[in-house]
Write a protein that binds this ligand. Structure first.
Ligand code: SF4
Length: 396
């Protein structure tokens, strides 16, 4: 049986043709799946009976099994999905007053092995399929729509960030149809500005993404010079900072925004000194020539410590001083709010407390049954459907 979540609309057209049906039927089918969340072909009443019968015998809309769901006091929701073979992945929903952002995983584990990232420490297991990437959005969107009682046409997820487990540009073949499904007006209809791919710097694939499907781009920089970045983000040894920034400048020609977001995880005593802020400032401002500098916003991320890293979180005042150097230099700089701390859903924590459950097969066990933990109180929130979010804590 073919999982229909595997296809963007063009791929679904090919599949319809293989079934001996007209290509345009794919649009109707696509809308049933991605706009109405329908899984049963028999319920897709405006599809030709011949197609419904063929689908019933050859295709499914296969969601990912939920191993657990946790809801943080601030309304953040973390789902752990069993993707088989002993692997599990995580998806995080971050509610805010004016948006609902879903952080999606692209791989089970990650091969890049950034020093400050608990997913990296877990190691790489495998790439996710397009169906597994899209299934995270499908599950979140239609689960939340039901909980919130949203009317037809209202969306629960307004923004997607490919910032969960894995390096999305090292799983490009699966990523591309997933992005197209997110952007498709007959699918989720998200604008390119509201879909962000975050990369540790896979330079050739930044160029490919620019040509194939230019969405918003975030780059995990984390260091102002190659010597330090070689240590923190080992991929830098292959694609050093100068090449990375050149790729980013090239990306801007087709990007939906006129800047690239640079992510910078603040590590105590490692990359958070004022002189490092000045080096970073000089790097992004360049020397005035076209082939230097970068139009960017810088996002400083409070580190979420985990035991194996041997690293600590920069004190607030050090983060503030670092930000001040950049801001006074004319660079828009923000300090990321930490969300979902009580369920280990913040950046870099995605593998942490679930690591034991990502090796289910090795232990000869099955995924734990669905577990819903709601560490919440207060009235039901329209955005999360569970409870009013507690005030957001900021590390700034
Ligand atoms: S930060 Fe991203 S690219 Fe680096 S190890 Fe973690 S998941 Fe992989």
């Amino acid at each position: 049986m073919v999982n229909l979540l595997q296809f963007d609309r063009a791929g679904l057209g090919d599949f319809c043709e293989q079934l001996g049906e007209k290509r345009f039927r794919a649009t109707q089918l696509f809308r049933w799946i991605h706009q109405r969340g329908e899984r049963d072909p028999a319920a897709m009443t405006d599809l030709a009976k011949s197609l419904r019968d063929k689908l019933a015998g050859s295709a499914v809309v296969e969601a990912l099994p939920v191993a657990s769901e946790q809801v943080a006091a601030d309304g953040t929701i973390k789902w752990l999905f069993d993707v088989g073979g002993g692997d599990a992945i995580e998806t995080v929903f971050i509610p805010e007053a004016d948006r609902g952002t879903l952080c999606i995983s692209s791989q089970a584990g990650c091969a890049v092995n950034c020093r400050f990232c608990s997913t990296g420490h877990q190691g790489f297991s495998r790439n996710l399929t397009t169906a597994e990437i899209v299934a995270q959005l499908w599950h979140a969107e239609f689960t939340l729509r039901r909980r919130l009682g949203l009317a037809a046409g209202e969306r629960a997820i307004t923004n997607v960030v490919m910032m969960g487990m894995g390096e999305p540009l090292q799983n490009y073949a699966a990523l591309l149809p997933a992005l197209r499904t997110m952007l498709d007006d007959h699918g989720y209809g998200l604008s390119r500005r509201r879909v962000t791919v975050s990369t540790s710097g896979v330079v050739p694939m930044i160029d490919r993404l620019r040509d194939d499907c230019p969405v918003a781009l975030a780059v995990s920089l984390h260091a102002p010079d190659d010597a330090l970045r070689d240590e923190l983000v080992p991929l830098n040894r292959k694609y050093p900072i100068a090449e990375l920034l050149a790729a980013c400048r090239g990306y801007l020609a087709r990007a939906p925004r006129d800047f690239i977001t640079l992510e910078y995880c603040m590590l105590d005593g490692v990359n958070d000194a004022p002189e490092q802020a000045r080096t970073l400032l000089a790097l992004v401002r360049g020397d005035g020539s076209a082939d230097s500098g970068l139009a960017c916003k810088i996002n400083l991320i409070p580190f979420n410590p985990f035991p194996a890293s041997g690293l600590g979180r920069s004190p607030r005042e050090r983060v503030a001083a670092f930000a001040a150097v950049l801001q006074e230099g004319g660079i828009v700089t923000t300090v990321r709010k930490t969300r979902g701390d009580d369920i280990a859903a913040a950046c870099g924590q995605l593998a942490g407390e679930v690591q034991d459950r990502t090796r289910l097969a090795e232990r000869g066990t099955r995924a734990a049954p669905v577990r819903v933990e709601r560490r919440v109180a207060g009235p039901v929130s329209r955005r999360t459907g569970v409870a009013a979010p507690a005030p957001v804590r900021s590390s700034s």
